[in-house]
Design a protein around this ligand. Structure first.
Ligand code: ZN
Length: 421
């Protein structure tokens, strides 16, 4: 059954990670609760090549879990499977089962394109030079030819690479059979709104039919913990980006549903009110990607179940603590763990289930909450992957408690504050 007749993302869509492919139904349940209250959210299951490699899973497993959840809950709306952060070298194993592709070209930013092409771009885009008035933004952007050449010189190679990857996917899947996103978020410097406009003009020139674009926003988006940055500045930038997108859709040949994708790294609670307010005032859509915090809800559910579940949750922490350097290395740019703030393995081993859950659950009002422990466990899923069957059978034994935590987390802490009026 193909529910994605048009392969168009809805106005609001939510990216969800499910490292061990056991929580798709509990996640979908959160979208269903929203739907029952009149808020349509398109669920997208996202998993990167990096995650598949660490867990030792294949995209077909994610597909099977998503399809099973859709059947189980009788979900009759569209849903997607996102090959997250892929490039030419990693996309192939996703081609058969994914219908959403996040083309990551961050590594090409700042590398110079072929000589002369930046100049040609500036000649072809006189509308980008001078005072650029954009509806919704009070002050026009003042740009010179040199500014535009410099900006396009910084991003053109990335756009050209995205075109190559898109063509490769197009050949395999056929036109109109998938959603395309371009991501530039995994880089150090945020893109300014005027840079976003130039990037969109270049993407339109290269005829890449993107439905979402993920810039790097200002501030730190660490994995599994709250936003770290200037909220006022973020809100202004986010609003300007939305205005830039509207302007680009009108002026270039871009998809009319084009929207921003926020690679949130999960749990950016403090920016949610800004996101919600800006979306409402501009009647705009958004894609919000959450990451692997569902795996943390699994740990919480295990601990809350007590007995063997709690014992396993403790064992995972003890192992993660022992291998913290190795676990943190691939995520160094998106975590800030202070080792002196981590509880000792002996202490954790003696904890009650309440202590474990308080330390891990993302409730900043709880004095027992420990963001360092949370971040370490967030990147520690490799420990559970190594446990293999032992971990999975405990997930099944504690299913009820885990499902409740997964659904409640997504619905109460993410969907409601982001999407509910
Ligand atoms: Zn990302």
């Amino acid at each position: 059954m193909n529910l994605n007749a048009s392969f168009t993302l809805g106005k609001l869509s939510l990216g969800m990670g499910d490292r061990f492919a056991h929580q798709a139904a509990a996640q979908l349940q959160a979208c269903k609760l929203a739907q029952e209250q009149g808020i349509e959210i398109t669920p997208v299951w996202n998993k990167s090549n990096r995650e598949h490699t660490i867990v030792g899973s294949e995209p077909s497993g994610t597909r099977a879990a998503a399809d099973a959840a859709v059947n189980e809950l009788g979900w009759n709306r569209s849903y997607f499977l996102d090959a997250d952060h892929i490039g030419l070298k990693t996309v192939d194993r996703f081609l058969g089962v994914c219908d959403f592709f996040t083309i990551d070209v961050a590594n090409y930013i700042g590398k110079p394109p072929e000589a002369g092409v930046a100049k040609i771009f500036a000649y072809q885009h006189p509308e980008l030079i001078g005072n650029i008035g954009i509806a919704g933004i009070a002050e026009p952007f003042a740009t010179t030819r040199e500014d535009i050449e410099r900006i396009v010189g910084k991003y053109l190679l990335a756009v050209q690479e995205a075109e190559k990857v898109h063509r490769h996917i197009l050949l395999a899947r056929g036109p109109g059979n998938f959603v395309t996103e371009i991501s530039m978020d995994e880089t150090d410097a945020p893109q300014t709104p005027i840079e976003l406009l130039v990037i969109l003009a270049a993407i339109a020139d290269h005829k890449i039919p993107i439905q979402t674009i993920a810039p790097k926003f200002t501030g730190r988006f660490n994995k599994g913990v709250d936003y770290d940055g200037n909220l006022t500045y973020f809100e202004r930038e986010f609003e300007q980006d939305i205005c830039v997108i509207k302007h680009a859709v009108k002026n270039y040949d871009l998809d009319k549903n084009l929207k921003l994708s926020i690679h949130s790294g999960s749990d950016k609670f403090s920016i949610y009110p800004s996101v919600r307010n800006v979306l409402a005032s501009h009647n705009a859509g958004v894609h919000v990607k959450t990451a692997g915090t569902t795996w943390l809800e699994e740990c919480i559910g295990l601990a809350e179940s007590g007995g063997d579940g709690l014992a396993l949750a403790k064992e995972i922490y003890v192992e993660a603590f022992a291998h913290k350097d190795e676990l943190c290395a691939p995520y160094a740019t998106v975590i800030d763990i202070r080792c002196d703030m981590l509880p000792s393995p002996d202490d954790v081993s003696a904890w009650t289930k309440e202590q474990y859950v308080s330390a891990l659950r993302h409730d900043q009002g709880n004095p027992g909450f420990n963001p360092h422990l949370r971040q370490l466990l967030h990147v520690g899923f490799k420990v559970a992957a190594k446990m293999g069957r032992r971990y999975l059978s405990q997930l099944e034994a504690c299913k009820e408690c885990i499902s409740r935590n997964v659904t409640t987390n997504l619905f109460e802490r993410h969907i409601k504050p982001l999407f509910f009026p």
